[in-house]
Design a binder for this molecule. Structure first.
Ligand SMILES: *Cc1c(COP(=O)(O)O)cnc(C)c1O
Ligand SMILES: [Zn+2]
Length: 449
């Protein structure tokens, strides 16, 4: 069979798959029964070293992050495009490009994705973008109301393939809910870890599905460190941590945002994408997805720019970008955008690379601008974003205002979560216009008309 190694995006093409000598994945190659579709191996982003598919995330040679490498059938882009368009209205229409078995759509999962791409002319008019050029990709429409359903759906397939019985994660909030729901639907146990002081909406949303939600006294970075210890302990035996030992698979789910945006634009690349940055995984994999579409001939090969968005109170990547640094210095988060509050972002250096390579940038806005942007998006387009969305649209406004995004170019900004989970952000400045007796006189007296 003729194969094309699209995974080369980031790793040397055709590097021989070698077996790891000592780690637990040694016997989990495709040949030994792991069926994850066109996923062929894991390869190191730094040195290209390849290992068999397994629940591992760091390169044994250089400790670089591992990512999924594929063998995709070489073929006619028209046929692939037609096959995708005939597929389900969920991320599973892109199953041939994901590390999932071919029958994935038949299994119990949350079927996320294929969320709305909204033409945002009214917001565009306020910001100064020409009609028909600004779009909102609204991922609050996913089953648990954030983009995390995409990444978790892929991690669930990996968990099934590797025989895990408990699904877990370290989360800034939305991931915990997505894991709880996906585990419930898949019939897996779940136990998730979050900073104890998250918004009530995120805690309840995670707990209602019946798994255990554990609040850790510390920041997300403390939670994440704790989970890494748990993986090495007998207590964590049989546990799949979506964003730790299943991270290479989990991360691939974000590629579907790239695929959907291009398909919804009529199989075209946008000129600019504005994407929030927590660990940087989403932004990094959207770039990977775009490069795959180009390599497969599904979209025309032309330049695009990727912009990362952070909250000023947790902006280690934006700081490094502005200072011209290659390394990201960790910070202690202090922002209302709690879902983006990762002070030591694992994929930060890749975000810097991508912003610089594509001619984009990484920018930040303060909490007041976050609230303003949430209200502006709601007022102009009827989309109620959570604080992470406020960060993204606040950064978008700034980029347009200072000319880094041109009003004539096609720009897509992603709303990654739902405002109902972060009501506290808008509560002080939003509410009843009046409270009156049920009489016309009282209504007239209220002075609203
Ligand atoms: C997790 C999350 C992100 C981005 O996360 P990365 O770690 O950068 O992939 C963005 N928005 C929301 C609402 C999230 O929950
Ligand atoms: Zn390596």
């Amino acid at each position: 069979m003729a194969v094309q190694t699209v995974a080369s995006v980031g790793a040397p093409a055709g590097a021989p798959a070698s077996s790891p000598s000592s780690d637990t994945s040694a016997d989990t190659s495709a040949a030994s029964g792991v069926d994850l579709g066109s996923a062929a191996a894991l390869s190191c982003r730094e040195c290209g070293h390849r290992v068999a598919l397994g629940p591992v995330f760091a390169c044994e040679e250089c400790f670089g992050p591992l990512e999924v490498a594929y063998e995709l059938p070489a073929g006619d882009p028209e046929a692939l495009r037609a096959r995708i368009e005939a597929g389900p209205r969920s991320i599973w229409r892109y199953a041939p490009l994901l590390p999932v078995p071919a029958d994935v759509a038949d299994k119990p999962n949350l079927d996320p994705g294929f969320t709305r791409l909204i033409r945002a002319d009214r917001l565009g008019a306020e910001l100064g973008v020409r009609p028909g050029r600004l779009f909102v990709k609204d991922d609050s429409g996913n089953p648990t109301h954030s983009f995390k359903d995409r990444v978790v759906a892929i991690a669930v397939e990996a968990a099934r393939a590797f025989g895990f019985t408990t699904l877990s994660c370290s989360s800034t909030g939305n991931l915990a809910g997505a894991v709880g729901a996906a585990a419930a639907r898949a019939g897996l146990r779940s136990c998730v870890f979050i900073p104890h002081d998250l918004e009530q909406g995120k805690i309840l949303m995670a707990a209602v599905y019946g798994g255990s939600v554990v609040g850790i006294e510390g920041t997300y970075d403390d939670v994440n460190r704790f989970c890494s210890e748990l993986i090495g302990d007998p207590v964590g035996e049989g546990w799949g941590f979506t964003n730790v030992n299943l991270r290479p698979y989990y991360a691939e789910g974000s590629k579907t945002l790239a695929y959907e945006i291009c398909e919804q634009l009529g199989w075209r690349l946008p000129d600019n994408l504005v994407i929030p940055v927590a660990s940087g995984s989403q932004l990094t994999k959207i770039d990977k997805g775009l490069r795959e579409l180009i390599a497969l001939g599904l979209v025309e090969d032309r330049p695009y720019r990727i912009f990362g968005a952070q909250a000023q109170g947790c902006s280690p990547v934006s700081r490094a970008y502005k200072d011209g640094h290659e390394v990201v210095r960790p910070v202690r988060p202090d922002t209302i955008a709690k879902s983006l509050a990762i002070g030591n972002p694992a994929d930060g250096p890749y975000v810097l690379d991508i912003a610089r390579r594509t001619g984009g940038a990484v920018e930040d806005v303060d909490d007041a601008a976050v609230v303003e942007a949430i209200k502006q998006l709601a007022r102009t387009e009827g989309v109620f974003a959570e604080t992470a969305g406020g960060v993204t649209f606040g950064v978008l406004a700034r980029l347009v205002a200072d000319g880094r995004i041109s009003p004539d170019e096609t720009t897509v900004a992603i709303n990654t979560g739902d405002g109902l989970k972060t009501l506290d952000a808008v509560a002080p400045t939003t509410g009843l216009a009046a409270t009156i007796k049920p009489s016309l006189d009282a209504f007239r007296a209220a002075g609203l008309v």
